[in-house]
Structures are given as C-alpha cells and as structure tokens.
Ligand binder design. Structure first.
Ligand SMILES: NC(=O)c1ccc[n+]([C@@H]2O[C@H](COP(=O)([O-])OP(=O)(O)OC[C@H]3O[C@@H](n4cnc5c(N)ncnc54)[C@H](OP(=O)(O)O)[C@@H]3O)[C@@H](O)[C@H]2O)c1
Length: 320
C-alpha cells in the first residue's frame, strides 16, 4: 500500500513543491487548495485535489481520513497572521489527529526574534520580541502540546526556486535582472539562509519516510544554502549571463509608506533578518536521514532563474 500525505495549502510555494516531491516518491497525495491547481500538478495520477477552505473542519476531517502524514503548508496573507495563523495551525493539528498522522510544518527563523544568533540549532532559545516571532512560537508550542500528536517542524531559510512567485528571491534579488541590476535588502557581506524548494521538498519526503522514529514533537533544521549577498549576486550574474550592479532595496520608501501600506509595514518589521548573519545547523536532520538533498548553489540559482521567467529572452541573456 502506498503511503498517503494530506498537504494543506498545496497551491502555495512549498505546497506545490511538496506535492511534486511526494508524488515522485510514489505517495498518494491529497492536495488541499482553495483555488484550482496548475494543470501540471492537478493531472498527475497520484495527486487528488481536495477543494475546500482549511478552516472548514468537516471537509478537512473527511480529507484527513487514513492519512500517514499531514503537512501544514498553509500561510495566511502576511498582514493577517495575527488573526489567522493560530486558527490554521489548530486546523492542521485537528486534521493530523483524525488518523494519528505525523504533522509536519515548514518552520522559519522568526522564532529566534530580532537578535537571532549566527548559528541556529534546534535548541537555540526562542525570543518572542517581534509579533511574528510570538505567533510562530505559539504555533509550534500548540503542536508540541497536542496530546498524542507526533509532529516535526523542519525549519528553513528563505525559499527560492519554486513555481509560485512571491519570495525575496523573485521580488527583490532577481527582479531587475533584465536591467542588469541585483536588488539586495541588506549588506551584501552578511550570510543569509536560503532553502532551494526542490531540495527542501525532497527532505520532507525523506523525513516522512522516517515517521516511525518520530514519536512526540521534533524540530529539525534544514541548512540549505547559507550565502552572502555577494555570493548570490555572482550566481545570478552567471545564471543571467550579464554583469549585475548592486542596487539597494529602498527601505526608506517602505518606511514612508508603512502608515498606509500594511504589507510594507510588516516587511519593514522583518528587515533585521538582512542585517543579522545566520545559518541553520542541520546535525539533527542529518542524524535522521543522512545527508540532506543539496543542489549546488549555481545549479539551483540557474534553475530558479530559468523557471521564474524573470529573464527576457530578447535581453541578450545566455542562461548558464
Ligand atoms: N516563503 C518562505 O520563504 C518561507 C521560508 C521558511 C518557511 N516558510 C513557511 O512555510 C509555510 C508556507 O509558506 P509559503 O511561502 O509556501 O506559503 P504561500 O505560498 O504564501 O502559500 C500558502 C497557501 O496557503 C493557502 N491558504 C491560506 N489560508 C488558507 C485557508 N484558510 N484555506 C485554504 N488555504 C489557505 C493559500 O491559498 P490561496 O492561494 O487560496 O490564498 C496559499 O496557497 C509557512 O508556514 C511559512 O512561514 C516560508
């Protein structure tokens, strides 16, 4: 019998990558989404769409029957975390408990607060000194406290390389490649943690395959690529085949507009992540699954650029 995974939020960035990776590995995939999935995903034989809102408890209960794994890949709009993030994690917990499935969550580094240290281990103390840190700490605490629930948070850096736009990679770094510019939100000599989505999604599969060893709550860190802005600029230069000048993200504009543009206010509050070098320590993950999938940086960046459509063919660009 193939194993079954219910992916909540499958239309999102990691959701789509996860659905592909689990189907590639021969899992039955129940793909929860509010909107139609891209045809390439919806038409895969092992992918079965579950069309509902994740807060529809009855529909989710039905979808979660006889699942081995539930993945909480939902993400409320960035400006509505205070209202929706915790109800969504409660919904995911309830779904996993229907059949005693392992609940998996892609974690982020917000939990460590504004002064995050340079090396983040699964035991690094959390600091609830931003609104989003407090929400993430509470979400993971609810997972850990749910009686009888097996759960694992796989924490990762900023996503890149998926099919769904909306990451710092496509909205900032690679957004002006056609104009020969590399837009960076911080100092280019500071290390920043990135997660190439195809690698992270395959890591979820490998961890899910070890679910018999994951009783109770667990936390694992996915190292991904820890690189400076300058290293990213060089990889993007090679990928786009043209020189790239560094341009700063106009944070002053975000500050100016933040009283009237809520999203920009929220993004401004997370600026510290571009000013604090940080990397994720993956020892616990490696102890569980062996070496994690790790596409070389240049290959990952080139593939991300090619799949994003961010480079115009008429711009004289020769993809590496
Ligand atoms: N993005 C990153 O760089 C990053 C890095 C590390 C960890 N993470 C974590 O990974 C998780 C997923 O992030 P993501 O960037 O992949 O998310 P995303 O692309 O923003 O997508 C999440 C999906 O959640 C769905 N959703 C939200 N509320 C819903 C509801 N009530 N019912 C049904 N669907 C709902 C959305 O559906 P609609 O399209 O219908 O609105 C969307 O497709 C989050 O916990 C995030 O913090 C993200």
């Amino acid at each position: 019998m193939p194993s079954t995974v219910l992916i909540l939020g499958v239309a999102g960035r990691i959701g789509q990558a996860l659905a592909g990776a689990f189907a590639d590995a021969g899992w039955q995939v129940r793909a929860q989404s509010r909107k139609p999935l891209p045809a390439a995903l919806a038409t895969r034989p092992l992918v079965h769409t579950v069309h509902c809102d994740a807060l529809d408890a009855v529909a989710l209960h039905r979808a979660a029957q006889a699942c081995d794994v539930v993945i909480h890949a939902l993400n409320p709009p960035y400006t509505q975390w205070d209202r929706l993030a915790l109800p969504l994690v409660d919904a995911a917990i309830a779904a996993a408990r229907v059949s005693g499935a392992l609940l998996m969550l892609p974690g982020n580094v917000y939990n460590f607060g504004r002064e995050l240290p340079p090396l983040l281990t699964p035991d690094t103390p959390e600091q609830g000194n931003t609104a989003k840190a407090r929400i993430r700490i509470e979400a993971e605490a609810r997972m850990a406290a749910a009686p009888g629930l097996d759960s694992v948070v796989i924490r990762a850096g900023d996503f890149f390389g998926g099919t769904e736009p909306g990451t710092w990679f496509d909205l900032a770094l690679a957004s002006k490649l056609n104009a020969g510019r590399f837009i960076y939100p911080g100092r280019t000599d500071i290390a920043h943690a990135w997660a190439y989505l195809p690698d992270l999604a395959r890591t979820f599969v490998r961890v899910a395959e070890q679910r018999a060893r994951l009783r109770g709550p667990h936390r694992l860190h996915f190292a991904g690529h820890t690189v400076t802005g300058e290293e990213m600029r060089r990889a993007l230069k090679f990928a786009s085949g043209r020189p790239l000048r560094v341009g700063a993200l106009p944070w002053w504009l975000f500050r100016l507009a933040s009283p009237v543009v809520p999203l920009w206010r929220e993004l401004l509050a997370m600026r510290y992540l571009w000013e604090r070098p940080h990397r994720l320590d993956d020892h616990a993950l490696v102890a569980l699954i062996g070496a994690a999938p790790a596409t070389p940086l240049q290959q990952a960046v080139s593939a991300a650029v090619a799949s994003s459509g961010l480079v115009r063919q008429d711009a004289g660009v020769a993809p590496a």
